[in-house]
Write a protein that binds this ligand. Structure first.
Ligand SMILES: Cc1ncc(COP(=O)(O)O)c(C=O)c1O
Length: 368
């Protein structure tokens, strides 16, 4: 049996008729940038997230940069975030001229809010919690802290489309939230795409202007902006896929529950910890295991593809050496890196495949 980490072909096969018709429709209109599909996706995605405004942009990294720019984050400012994330979170901070200030994560793999207060200085202007692997960060205490210090909160929800915290959708808590629709995401386009969402009309207007050359009219440019627009083909694909997202997320949760059950008693394997007030959407199903590299090789030999998210924390990457952190500045993050292993996870996964992964993993662990 061969099991990929993500199976986009299986997903396309399940919705081929709808996708092909949506693409066909865009091709027949030849309206490739902006237009009805982009506007419709923006309003449908805003409604899905339960916010007022969504602006479709080129990708999730641009979404973060646009959100930071819209909050006035620039040179000589600092933004608190985690080192345990994909590089785009911190890269966006650096690319607007600001400095990332890292904090550690807790057992949910999201920001340890108890560490944030100590990092707040007059230079800190924003906090970016990352809803990593599909689990929302602990937003209530974070929002209280941000309010007390007058800081903007920008949710990095690139891995958490549709997740809930206290019953509310991820992305509806911060002043703004950023999504990636990279193909393998829970809501993935057929190319690069992203969105910024917000309830603030002024912020929405700013993002709308900045993502399209700082434009306020056809050749009127109020600010230096970006060219980071969502194209119509991606919007058409995303509209089709958005209508399936809740069902797909429910399937991911059911798969995670089966993995949890099958791996519960395997010595040395730690299954995901999920807070009681969240609904996880399992963009990734990540376990901890000792002898990770050996276990990963054994799974590969049995035809099972796995991933590592992420092998080197950002504070230990050469790109962030200028921040002068030491490996053990973030002990939880540092200790996780050699232990994390992402198992196959996608809606179309079958119970038989999950049993095969769990059995193979068990054997690999017990033989080690
Ligand atoms: C947590 C996180 N933030 C930001 C991004 C950036 O998104 P994109 O690849 O669409 O630029 C990603 C994408 O992998 C991500 O996982």
């Amino acid at each position: 049996m061969t099991i990929p980490l993500v199976d986009l072909k299986a997903q396309y096969a399940s919705i081929k008729g709808e996708i092909d018709a949506a693409i066909e429709e865009v091709l027949s209109t030849c309206s490739f940038v902006g237009g009805k599909n982009v506007r419709a996706f923006e309003s449908e995605f805003a409604a899905f997230c339960n916010v007022e405004y969504a602006v479709g942009v080129g990708n999730g990294t641009d979404a973060l940069q646009l959100a930071l720019r819209a909050c006035g984050i620039e040179k000589d400012t600092e933004v608190v975030t985690v080192s345990h994330t994909f590089t785009a979170t911190a890269e966006a901070i650096v690319n607007v001229g600001a400095r990332p200030v890292f904090v550690d994560v807790n057992e949910t793999y999201t920001i340890d809010v108890s560490q944030v207060a100590d990092r707040i200085t007059p230079c800190v202007q924003a906090i970016i919690p990352v809803h990593l692997y599909g689990q929302p960060a602990d937003m209530d205490p974070l929002l209280s802290l941000a309010e007390k210090h007058g800081l903007a909160v920008i949710e990095d929800a690139a891995q958490a489309h549709g997740a809930r915290y206290n019953g509310r959708r991820s992305g509806s808590f911060g002043h703004l939230a950023c999504f990636s629709f990279y193909p393998g995401k829970n809501l993935g386009a057929y190319g690069d795409a992203g969105a910024v969402i917000t309830n603030d009309p002024e912020v929405a207007k700013r993002i709308d202007m900045l993502h399209d050359h700082g434009r306020t009219g056809k050749y009127m440019h109020e600010r230096i902006g970006f060219n980071s627009r969502l194209d119509a083909l991606q919007a058409a694909v995303l509209r089709v896929k958005l209508s399936h997202l809740d069902r797909w997320n429910a399937a991911r949760r059911a798969h995670a529950a089966l993995y949890d059950r099958l791996l519960a008693d395997v010595p040395g394997v730690v299954t995901p910890y999920v807070s009681s007030n969240v609904e996880h959407v399992y963009h990734l199903y990540v376990i901890q295991v000792s002898n990770r590299d050996r276990v990963q090789a054994a799974l590969k030999a049995a035809g099972i593809e796995t991933g590592i998210h992420y092998p080197i924390p950002l504070h230990e990457q050469p790109a962030y050496a200028h921040l002068r952190y030491k490996p053990r500045d973030f002990p939880v993050t540092h200790a996780l890196a050699p232990r994390l292993l992402s198992l196959p996870m996608y809606p179309e996964l079958t119970d038989e495949q999950i049993h095969y992964v769990a059995d193979t993993l068990k054997q690999a662990v017990l033989c080690g």
